[in-house]
Design a protein around this ligand. Structure first.
Ligand SMILES: [Zn+2]
Length: 120
């Protein structure tokens, strides 16, 4: 299973390398492919991130609402593949400072022993 492109655009897995499971989700009634799910553990619990077939965005869906759009049937993972999700490029939207953590440039200043001067 390939990792959907939308996974790289989402903020769900910000780490440079995240072991994930990629699964094709299909209807157990009519075999329609519902989408490609991705999660850090498999089987997922309560919700799962999925790129629905024909969609280009990753959504978090409650498992019991993950139904076949054709017949409303229940779904199952037909193929589950462990993958290593790598972010080779730096996505600056994901590089925003985390709450409670100083920005990298400030941490570097502090590490260098130079106090940050707010009036500078
Ligand atoms: Zn179906």
């Amino acid at each position: 299973m390939h990792i959907p492109e939308s996974v790289y655009r989402s903020e769900a897995f910000p780490d440079p390398a995240t072991p994930v499971f990629v699964a094709e989700i299909a209807c157990i009634m009519c075999a329609t492919v519902v989408g490609t799910a991705i999660d850090e553990r498999w089987p997922p619990v309560l919700t799962v991130l999925i790129e629905l077939d024909g969609s280009r965005v990753l959504r978090r869906v409650e498992l019991d609402r993950l139904r076949c759009p054709q017949c409303g049937g229940n779904t199952e993972a037909t193929e589950v593949t462990p993958r290593l999700l790598r972010r080779d490029h730096v996505d600056w939207r994901l590089e925003r400072p985390q709450v409670g953590r100083p920005p990298k440039w400030l941490a570097a200043l502090r590490a260098a022993g130079r106090p940050y001067d707010r009036t500078a």
